[in-house]
Design a protein around this ligand. Structure first.
Ligand SMILES: [Zn+2]
Length: 257
């Protein structure tokens, strides 16, 4: 059994190195399949034996083998995070369809979170097709919403999308009214709609209220230290969504309907 977990962890790290490529290239409108990995500084192609997830970064001390330029710590963090994410999902759901569905979903959330951290944008190119995909999967595989009926599963997913739209639209309105400026970007709204489609409205409501807790733990000290007025909210929504998925059954029993 331990071998299976090791395999899942390694597979997650490999997925993570692909996610790194997406995080680097999507905001720059570059293709994610071509060309092969190259150093962002000297442009030399990286041979596979220097491109082993997690290990290469540690062996090379976080520097390019050729030009010795520093490689962003983000590469190591994303590979590790992806590996842990997949391992935890496997532990929680086993080899069921939920594993593949949630792994795809949270891979997208990792990409979105790190693009948000680096560029302060949440790409709608992922969130909107993602929301549509979540709705479709809920109809095809209603167990994703903890339902037996396809129609009810579709309703749960659709209400999740609606909750994401309405709640952040209202916060945006209140922010404009109270502070005379954008409180929450449109990207956050699309992201919560994406989360709503996969999680259904019940888990999404819980995630919506859990996210600010993490946001304030990390955000408040940063706001004070750097005197910034806003923080990237995407990563906190992603963390909250992950916790809600792990506690899915427990949360769903709390709701009477
Ligand atoms: Zn280099």
């Amino acid at each position: 059994m331990i071998l299976v977990y090791i395999f899942v962890f390694i597979f997650g790290a490999v997925v993570g190195s692909f996610l790194n490529v997406c995080i680097h290239r999507l905001p720059r409108a570059e293709s994610i399949v071509f060309p092969a990995s190259h150093c962002a500084n000297c442009n030399r192609p990286i041979p596979w034996y220097y491109n082993v997830p997690i290990i290469s970064y540690l062996v090379l001390g976080g520097r390019c083998k050729f030009c010795k330029a520093k490689i962003s710590l983000r590469y190591l963090v994303v590979e590790g995070l992806s590996a842990v994410m997949l391992t935890v999902l496997f532990w929680r759901f086993g080899a069921k369809p939920e594993l593949a569905i949630y792994a795809t979903f949270f891979s997208a959330l990792i990409v979105i979170s790190f693009i948000d951290i680096e560029h302060w944008i949440i790409p709608d190119e992922i969130s909107l097709p993602g929301a549509a995909l979540g709705l479709i999967i809920s109809g095809v595989y209603p167990a994703l919403q903890g339902q037996a009926s396809r129609l009810i599963a579709l309703r749960e997913s659709l209400f999740g999308i609606l909750f994401g739209f309405v709640s952040l639209y209202l916060i945006g309105l209140i922010g404009k009214f109270a502070y005379k400026k954008e409180a929450m970007g449109g990207g956050d709204m699309m992201l919560l709609m994406f989360i709503g489609a996969f999680l259904g409205w019940k888990l999404t409501i819980v995630a919506f209220f859990v996210a600010p807790v993490f946001g304030s733990i990390v955000g408040v000290p940063r706001l004070i230290m750097r005197k910034q007025e806003t923080i990237q909210y995407g990563p906190f929504l992603a963390i909250a969504a992950f916790i809600c998925v792990l506690l899915r059954n427990e949360i769903l029993t709390v709701f009477p309907i």
